[in-house]
Design a protein around this ligand. Sequence first.
Ligand code: PMP
Length: 429
Amino acid sequence: MKKFTEASSAELKTMLRELQERYDAFCAQNLKLNMARGKPAPSQLDLSAPLMDKMNAYTLEDGTDARNYGILEGIPECRRLFGETLGIAPEQIIIGGNSSLNVMFDTLSFLCLFGTHGSMPWHYHKYSGHPVKFLCPVPGYDRHFKICEELGIEMIPVPLLDDGPDIEMVKKLAGEDPYIKGIWCVPLHSNPQGVCYSDPVVEQLASMETAAEDFRIFWDNAYGIHHIYEEVPLKNILDACSHFHNPDRAYYFFSTSKISFPGAGIALTASSLDNIKELKKHMSAQTIGHDKLNQLRHVQFFKSKENLKHHMELLAKQLRPKFDAVLDKLESNLEGSGLAKWSHPKGGYFVSLDTMPGCAKRTVELAKQAGVIMTEAGATYPYGKDPLDSNIRIAPTYPTLGELEQAIDIFTVCIQIAGIEKLLNSKGE
Ligand code: PMP
């Protein structure tokens, strides 16, 4: 394909007319295709349907009746199952409720309200005129940014590179400013690009000097076992922090939202034993305990780390053709055009696409008018502000293969229209 950026104004105008005709034909079909959020398709959920079958027992391995109150930190067999799966000691794990985002919000709220291990509550700084700040690798997950916004934590974008956040920038910023109290990390198959953190990046995050003594890494390993094309290893952040004498630095989050059922799975947090003790103290005022029956259902269904791995392979088998379809279509419709570049994730839930600067909002708007709903442009940046207006998140999991192919055809026409409009505009046409 000829680079659009090298085409003459006359050539661009001809292309635009042809594209506009195709676009109008799409609009006339009154389509309703949604690729806005990373939701599993019904066929993925069906794989976990036996979870809802009658439970085979309510008694835990230590004889406790799971139907009754108690066990704040979660049932031992569930802590063990996910401990083995993630390589974390069960004592370092608390099984929470149905959403890891909820646990992240609570953890950050606790820090704002109470500080940690004797440090000043973070909101003390906020109300003394020094709002606490978080480093936010970008593009990133909009709901992390929303938590910060809601709690009045200022966000500082840091570029996410191929092997993790720009670590030199992270070290410089966190090393100099005592009000920078933390960083968001999605260390495997990040949302949206699918970036996987390298060992040196994990080690530097764990070992770096920080101006704030209570600097915290929010390690959201949401896609920790969600490999689609290739299993990618990840260095254990909790062990690394402990090794570098910063044992309390990281909170690790995980959930089965994209393993069993989003909104009806189980979430967990893991950290140093001291942090776990502190979290449990706060939690004990919040709840008598989370849903042990759901925890037990998950243990009865998955049973072992090996079965969980097998389940993830079945999910990957369903997702591979969808990711293939998106990547193939992007390549055949846009490769060489100079109008966009996109990520090639090895797992996770998304493909990240960058249009030419200044074209993302227009592209998403055009797609919406043609019946294809994408994640809002800008959502992958703090405060919804993408400085280049170029990043768009593609969520291929929910639509059927046929819908997906149609949606990407429309989407790529929109990218081309927005791109040509921009090019003509820059030529003063
Ligand atoms: N973290 C990341 C990076 C995610 O992409 C998502 C889901 N889109 C979540 C957390 C939400 O997890 P949960 O359902 O456990 O709240």
